[in-house]
Design a binder for this molecule. Structure first.
Ligand code: GDP
Length: 326
C-alpha cells in the first residue's frame, strides 16, 4: 500500500511514520515537506521514506505529486496548527488550512480519484462549548473562536463537499489536543514539561504561562496516529469522527501533575503575553462513535505522556548545554 502524509516532518508526522513502520511495514511511505521545513523530527527515518517538496498553497506541485505517483491513502496533516499564530497571520492560516485542503482534494479528484483521504480537523472547531454540552459529540454546534478554528471548520466542510460532489473517499476527524515527545514548546504541555526540566536544571525559577483555567481533553500522539489509521480504514466515507480520551484537565492541573512528576516546585507566574484574544474554555470529547466503528483503544495514559516528554526535554536540553560548553 502506498501512502502520502502531507506535513510529514511535523510532530504528528514523525509519530505517524514510526507507527506505520512498526505496524504496517509493507507500506511505502511518502510525505510532503516545504523547502524550509526543519527535518529534525524525522532525521532518523529519512532512509525509509520518500519526500516531495510541496507547499499546500501551490496547486501545481500537488498535481505533479499525484500525477507521478498513485497513492492508496493520504493523511492530510499539513497546516498552520498554532492557535496564537492564527491571530497574527489570519490570512496565511486560512490559505494554508482551507485552500490547501481544497488544492489537495482537487489534485486527488483530477489525478488519483481512488485515493482515500483523511482530512484532519480539530476540537477547536467546537470552540465555545457550554458546560451542559460535554462530553462533546460530533453533533455539537461548531462555534469557532479563532482564525485557526474557522480555517479548520472550512477544511472540514471542504472535505464533505468533495465527498458529496465527486464521491471521493474522504473521512474527516476532529482530534482533541494531542501531546507527546517532540511536541515543541509552542503548545502548552510541551512548554510545561520543558520549563519543568529547566527548573530542575536550575536554568529558570518559575513556570511562565497564560490562561490556567482552560480545560483540555488530551490524548497521547501515538494513540492519535493509530486512530487516524483505523478511521481511514474502517470509517464511513463522508462521515466525521472525534478522537479524544474523554478526560479533561485544567492547565493548572497539568502544571501540578508535571511539577510533581519532575519533582520541582509548581510556582507559576502568569504572563499576559500568553493570553489570547479569545480562548476556548472547555473541551471534553466523546469518541465512542469512532471507537465503535474501529475498535480503537488508547494505550497511553497521561502519566506515560508526561514521563516521555520530560525525558525528551532532558535529552534535548543536555544536548543544548553540551553545545554551549563545547
Ligand atoms: P490549543 O488548545 O490547540 O490552543 O493548544 P495549546 O496547547 O496551544 O493551548 C491549550 C490551552 O493552554 C489554551 O487554553 C491556552 O490558552 C492554554 N495556555 C496557558 N498558557 C499557555 C502557554 O503559555 N502557551 C500555550 N500554547 N498555551 C497556554
Amino acid at each position: 500500500m502506498k501512502i502520502l502524509i502531507t506535513g510529514i516532518s511535523g510532530f504528528v508526522g514523525s509519530h505517524f511514520i514510526e507507527f506505520l513502520l512498526e505496524n504496517h511495514p509493507a507500506c511505502e511511505i511518502h510525505g510532503t515537506i516545504r523547502r524550509r521545513s526543519d527535518l529534525k523530527n524525522i532525521q532518523h527515518l529519512l532512509s525509509r521514506i520518500t519526500l516531495h517538496e510541496c507547499d499546500m498553497t501551490d496547486s501545481h506541485s500537488l498535481e505533479t505529486i499525484f500525477r507521478n505517483d498513485k497513492f492508496d491513502r493520504c493523511f492530510h496533516l499539513a497546516g498552520q496548527s498554532h492557535v496564537p499564530t492564527s491571530w497574527i497571520r489570519p490570512i496565511e492560516t486560512m490559505n494554508v488550512n482551507a485552500n490547501g485542503t481544497m488544492n489537495l482534494l482537487e489534485s486527488v479528484r483530477h489525478q488519483n480519484k481512488n485515493c482515500r483521504v483523511l482530512v484532519c480537523g480539530s476540537s477547536e472547531e467546537y470552540g465555545l462549548v457550554e458546560e451542559n454540552e460535554v462530553p462533546i459529540t460530533e453533533e455539537n454546534p461548531l462555534r469557532p473562536l479563532s482564525p485557526y478554528a474557522a480555517s479548520k471548520v472550512a477544511a472540514d466542510y471542504i472535505g464533505y463537499v468533495y465527498f458529496k460532489s465527486y464521491g471521493l473517499h474522504v473521512i474527516r476527524t476532529r482530534a482533541f489536543n494531542h501531546e507527546g515527545f517532540r511536541r515543541p514548546e509552542d503548545f502548552v504541555l510541551g512548554k510545561i514539561t520543558k520549563q519543568a526540566v529547566e527548573i530542575g536544571m536550575g536554568k529558570r525559577e518559575v513556570f511562565e504561562l497564560g490562561n490556567m483555567d482552560a480545560k483540555r481533553d488530551i490524548t497521547d500522539v501515538r494513540d492519535i496516529v493509530s486512530a487516524y489509521w483505523l478511521t481511514l480504514e474502517k470509517g464511513t466515507p463522508g462521515d466525521v469522527y472525534n478522537i479524544c480520551s474523554g478526560k479533561t484537565y485544567s492547565i493548572r492541573e497539568l502544571l501540578e501533575l508535571v511539577a510533581k512528576t519532575a519533582k520541582v516546585p509548581s510556582n507559576v507566574k502568569q504572563d499576559p503575553r500568553f493570553l489570547r484574544p479569545a480562548d476556548v474554555p472547555l473541551l471534553l470529547g466523546d469518541s465512542s462513535k469512532m471507537a465503535k466503528v474501529t475498535g480503537w483503544k488508547r494505550r497511553f495514559e497521561m502519566n506515560d505522556t508526561i514521563q516521555d516528554m520530560l525525558s525528551y526535554w532532558r535529552a534535548e536540553l543536555k544536548g543544548q548545554l553540551a553545545e554551549i560548553v563545547s
